[in-house]
Design a protein around this ligand. Structure first.
Ligand code: NAI
Length: 293
């Protein structure tokens, strides 16, 4: 008995890396899986069927049940097609893991409009499009659902050279926070994953640490994602989980009041505000670097 017996999942960008690991573990827990992947290179160029097919074969060979979908998350018809593939093959849709992604790293002064646009398109619009169709299917079924959106510490905290990617990943987190509220009355949970894993995407940007391949194997991120899809996680929504190897952390918000006086009083002067800021600033937490999470 798996924890996801009878459930149907879509994993976007599941032909390799984290998406592949999520798809394999979802299937191992009993979910039937639509393995989507465009099959392009790491920059989003090209396409092909072999990546998605390879993961489908792995799942089927292990006794699970999966079908491939080769479309792009950036195409509305393809996004609709992923949901249709789930319904046509397995009768329903319970789980969406938005995972597909690309990088176009450049410092902001060197970044072209094309590099900005394509990264926003794949991550933010791609997450929006697939979620839009999955959301409607989940509402039609009326039995709730599970959505995990893949963000990044690059968007939640910041990372040099990733203005496009950080903006997209922060947008995904904002999207999640609103959908989590809107999904509550329908039993649809929406959470964010900020992973760290050694994959095709990160192999040349990870620090040189011994045993990195083992420490940051994508398979170590998937149990958190798959648990979020179980019945036990029915009340877990609107959260941001940073998962790095075998460590899962909750990234929460803290509100620090910097300056306050009675609302009916006159506004602060700029000088007074400066004094309040200077005093308060000494107590502010230092800026995190992504690897410290
Ligand atoms: P990866 O490059 O191995 O996997 C991404 C997959 O998405 C690829 O198989 C690619 O073919 C697919 N893909 C790209 N564009 C697509 C499109 N338009 N439609 C459908 N599929 C498409 O990279 P990795 O590391 O597994 O990344 C997975 C997700 O995790 C991404 O969203 C990435 O931004 C995010 N992430 C990864 C981190 C890491 O340390 N590996 C850190 C933070 C976030």
């Amino acid at each position: 008995m798996g924890q996801l017996d009878g459930k149907v999942a879509i994993v976007t960008g599941a032909g390799g890396g984290l998406g592949r690991a999520h798809a394999l573990l979802l299937a191992q827990e009993g979910a039937q899986v639509v393995v989507n992947d465009l099959g392009g290179d790491r920059h989003g160029a090209g396409g092909g069927t072999s990546m998605a097919d390879g993961v489908v074969d792995e799942i089927n060979a292990a006794g699970g049940s999966a079908v491939a979908h080769y479309g792009s998350v950036t195409d509305d018809a393809d996004a609709a097609g992923m949901v249709k593939t789930a319904v046509d093959n397995f009768g329903r849709l319970d789980i969406l893991i938005n995972n597909a992604g690309i990088l176009r790293d450049k410092s902001f002064k060197n970044m072209s409009d094309d590099e900005w646009d394509i990264v926003i398109d794949v991550h933010l619009r791609g997450t929006y499009l697939v979620t839009k169709h999955a959301w409607q299917q989940m509402l039609d079924q009326g039995e709730g659902g599970r959505i995990v959106m893949t963000s990044s510490t690059s968007g939640l905290i910041g990372n040099f050279g990733q203005a496009n990617y950080g903006a997209a990943k922060a947008g995904i987190a904002g999207f999640m926070r609103v959908l989590a509220l809107e999904g509550m009355k329908y039993g649809i949970t929406v959470n964010v994953l900020a992973p760290a894993a050694l994959s095709r995407m990160t192999e040349d940007i990870m620090p040189d640490v011994p045993d990195l391949g083992e420490r940051l194997a994508p398979e170590k991120v998937s149990p958190t994602v798959v648990w979020l899809c179980t019945n036990d996680a029915a009340k877990v929504t609107g959260r941001q989980f940073c998962v790095s190897g075998n460590r899962t952390s909750l990234l929460s918000w803290q509100v620090d009041v910097v300056a306050e006086k009675d609302a009916l009083d006159t506004p602060w002067t700029v000088e007074e505000m400066g004094e309040a800021m200077a005093q308060s600033m000494e107590t502010w937490p230092k800026l995190l670097k992504p690897m410290e999470v």
